[in-house]
Design a protein around this ligand. Structure first.
Ligand SMILES: CC(C)(COP(=O)(O)OP(=O)(O)OC[C@H]1O[C@@H](n2cnc3c(N)ncnc32)[C@H](O)[C@@H]1OP(=O)(O)O)[C@@H](O)C(=O)NCCC(=O)NCCS
Length: 180
């Protein structure tokens, strides 16, 4: 995949998506390393600034990851990130991930709107056949959000991961391009 053009925007009802930049680094690291985000992610180690800069250089800038900042349409306030990674060109498939940075912005429908916009981007712009997402089974907000955004629960994997001294169940979601 080609990297996303810096001027590219995706507009929704309440939010828009813009490509992540190096200037977002401190903000994104604060979000990504916060307890409520890390605690819902499979990868639990805090991300260092160096790792994030490498991620931008080696993944985002090379087009291997398409990462967007979710922003408010009226106030421009940044809320969080939605991204696509693990492009599987052979099977025309990609994985999507999402997080909002602050607890008080959650459960207001922003995640669902962003996830729908990201799906639409994958289907219309990237023309991928399938988008998948992995969600830890205890993460009720994310399970609900993926369903509302149009994903189908495809699998429930019992004790799939060993995280922080505990076996965790994992739910696999998928959404197939309706235009294919
Ligand atoms: C997951 C996340 C992106 C969802 O975004 P959001 O804006 O909160 O999602 P929405 O408001 O669109 O939808 C959340 C739904 O879950 C529901 N919900 C929230 N907490 C819940 C809980 N503990 N139990 C059951 N349902 C819950 C909300 O009520 C809402 O459903 P409704 O609209 O039917 O009432 C956001 O909560 C987040 O960033 N969480 C931390 C990071 C994370 O978990 N990322 C995803 C990893 S897979």
């Amino acid at each position: 995949m080609k990297p996303v053009d810096g001027d590219y925007r995706i507009y929704g009802e309440r939010i828009y998506l813009r490509p992540i930049t190096a200037e977002d680094t401190d903000m994104v690291l604060e979000w990504r390393n916060s307890k409520t985000v890390v605690g819902n992610f499979i990868y639990r180690k805090p991300i260092t600034k160096g790792e994030h800069i490498d991620w931008l250089k080696n993944k985002v800038n090379k087009g291997l990851v398409h990462q967007f900042i979710i922003c408010d349409n009226v106030e421009n306030t940044p809320y969080g990130c939605v991204y696509m990674q693990h492009f599987d060109e052979e099977n025309n498939k990609v994985e999507s991930g999402i997080f909002l940075g602050e607890d008080k912005k959650r459960s207001k429908g922003i995640g669902t709107e962003a996830a729908k916009m990201a799906l639409d981007y994958c289907f219309r712009q990237l023309n991928v056949h399938k988008v998948v997402a992995r969600v830890l089974a205890f993460n009720k907000a994310s399970l609900r959000m993926h369903e509302k955004a149009g994903y189908i629960q495809e699998a429930y994997l019992k004790d799939e991961l060993y995280i922080d001294g505990k076996y965790e169940d994992l739910v696999l979601f998928g959404a197939v391009n309706p235009q294919h």
